[in-house]
Design a protein around this ligand. Structure first.
Ligand code: MCA
Ligand code: AMP
Length: 504
């Protein structure tokens, strides 16, 4: 019999020796063992099958971070269902789009979700609309089903998950991640970050993205490690839990906020062997401040939804602030400038290739083709340079994506919302430097001739359609937008603009 490439089977083989050991420890709650989670996942897999979900079907999930949410992810892997996680901050209007695009066999949402979400699911003919709460509640757990301990056979190229991400067009597209892509990235990280028996991961990230769900959880499961599973990021709780952990992964905002916490010191970090940061640039100030306070040099790494983690600063060797380190095993990186491979230190666009790569955008062959080169490399859209020994430094992005607190905001999507408002002739949305979030969203809006813009109306429109983290934190009304000779809006000029004239 050939081997089962299902990631659930690969992970289980690795954590099997730890079945009766702690897996998820939520501060202040009961700890779940690996066996508890295995059984819960087997019950959820059987329950989903019971409602008609079949291998290859998508399951769209918009729930809070909880142990059951991890069990549901593992259940989908086990059943061969394609897991499609969504940020709980998304509005029903945003979820309706994902549901219509993914055409799932099941939608699992929070018990308290807006009724319009259920209507949207019905309109999209979703077979099963289920709920999952934070504490074992919800209709999914009430389906009578015997645990199904079989792990459905999958091939390397079968889909494990679809994660929505977006290009400059502003409409999210689903990155198709296969059992192989997730597996190879997990093993590469487990190796380069030197996981050892006894490692304990402090988990502070959300679990609807690659970083918190795959990077963090897969490393822990491959290691049979205990995970201190924080439902939310709270600097005081996290600081108090640090001494129980050996590894923590975060986005730069997490490290900035920990530094702002007066209790953080080297003693709290005495058992930590690895802090990693990614999803957005880590400033040299935070890197140096963290080293001064704790004695730890954060390992910055670089990744992307479509390809997982690509590079990391070394565990042994220099961790250089402002660089994202070396390619992971099995990952190729090249920098292309004016159509040719750039010489060391020359800035160009970063391209990559490897088994960690996605298999394309869900039902969007044209957009998949446009992100790939003729020789099969993926265009990341990031700009950077490689030094002579292969270390990568990022200097920016070719698209005008905003990264706020590690979450991506696509200006087009926000501009479309503003442009649809009464009296708005046009708008331009930019990311402005922010100490806490890295970048924050600022909108410039131009009124139609003779009209007056109501900023509260614009804010209300954003509330109705866009997740809160995408809302402009400042809306500035201007007579016109700066344009170049070709008529293109000069966003760089807007980013540089002092925003004292701000209206909220
Ligand atoms: C929350 N808010 C935000 C953000 N998060 N506003 C702007 N940007 C954000 N990122 C707003 C809320 O809407 C709310 O607004 C207020 O802040 C407080 O909300 P709360 O939920 O309490 O927020 P928080 O706990 O302070 O969250 C901040 C955070 C979080 C911890 C930085 O955003 C976070 O966990 N970010 C990590 C995202 C991540 O994992 N990215 C990886 C994707 P109000 O109160 O006004 O209503 S990238 C990836 O996966 C690739 C592969 C990679 O390289 O890693
Ligand atoms: P996402 O599409 O949400 O996966 O975000 C991926 C993008 O995050 C990358 O294309 C980079 O622009 C950015 N990113 C991730 N890690 C880093 C990092 N360490 N430094 C700078 N940018 C990063």
């Amino acid at each position: 019999m050939t081997h089962n490439a299902n990631l659930a089977s690969v992970l289980r083989d690795r954590y099997e020796p730890a079945l009766d050991r702690p897996f998820l420890r939520v501060p202040g709650e009961n700890t779940r063992t690996y066996r508890d989670m295995d059984t819960r996942a087997a019950v959820f897999a059987a329950a989903l099958s019971e409602t008609g979900v079949r291998p290859g079907d998508r399951v769209v999930v918009q729930v809070e971070k909880s142990p059951d949410a991890i069990a549901l992810y593992l259940a989908c892997l086990r059943g061969g269902f394609v897991y499609v996680p969504l940020n709980p901050a998304y509005t029903p209007a945003e979820v309706a789009y994902f549901v219509s695009d993914a055409e799932p066999a099941a939608l699992v949402h929070r018990p308290a979700a807006d009724a319009s979400l259920v209507d949207a699911a019905k309109a999209a003919h979703v077979g099963a609309v289920l709920t999952l709460g934070n504490d074992g509640d919800g209709s999914l757990g009430q389906i009578e089903a015997e645990p199904d301990h079989d792990i459905v056979r999958r091939h390397d190229e079968d889909l494990a998950a679809v994660l929505y991400t977006s290009g400059t067009t502003g409409r999210s597209k689903g990155a198709m991640l296969t059992h192989r892509s997730l597996r190879v990235n997990a093993f590469a990280l487990h190796e380069v970050w030197g996981f050892v028996p006894g490692d304990v991961l402090l988990h502070i990230l959300p679990i609807f993205h690659v970083h918190g769900l795959f990077v963090a959880m897969h490393c822990a499961m491959l290691n049979g490690s205990e995970v201190i599973f924080c439902r939310r990021f709270d600097p005081a709780t996290v600081t108090s839990m640090l001494s129980d952990a050996t590894v923590m992964m975060g986005v730069p905002t997490h490290y900035g906020r920990l530094l702002d916490h007066p209790d953080l010191d080297a003693d709290h970090c005495r058992n930590i062997r690895l802090f990693t940061s990614g999803s957005a640039p880590l400033s040299e100030t935070v890197f140096a401040g963290f080293t001064d306070r704790t004695g730890h040099a954060i390992v910055e790494r670089y990744g992307m939804t479509e390809v997982g983690i690509l590079t990391s600063n070394p565990l042994a060797g220099d961790r250089i602030a402002g660089t994202v380190g070396y390619p992971l095993p099995g990952v190729d990186i090249r920098v292309v400038h004016n159509g040719t491979i750039a010489a060391p230190a020359t800035i160009g666009t970063v391209e990559t290739r490897g088994d960690n790569m996605f298999s394309g955008y869900w039902r969007r062959p044209d957009e998949t083709a446009s992100e790939l080169t003729d020789d099969g490399w993926f265009r990341t859209g990031d700009l950077g340079s490689l030094d002579a020994d292969g270390r990568l430094t990022l200097v920016g992005r070719s698209a005008d994506l905003i990264i706020s607190g590690g979450l991506n905001v696509y200006p087009k999507e926000v501009e479309r919302c503003l442009d649809n408002c009464e009296s708005v002739a046009e708008s331009a949305v930019v990311g402005v430097a922010d100490v806490d979030l890295g970048e924050t969203v600022v909108a410039y809006v131009v009124p139609e001739s003779g009209a007056t813009i109501s900023v509260p109306d614009l804010t209300a429109a954003c509330h109705a359609t866009l997740a809160r983290f995408k809302h402009p934190r400042r809306i500035v009304v201007v007579d016109e937008l700066p344009r170049n000779a070709m008529g293109k809006v000069q966003k760089a000029a807007l980013r540089a603009e002092p925003i004292a004239t701000t209206e909220e």
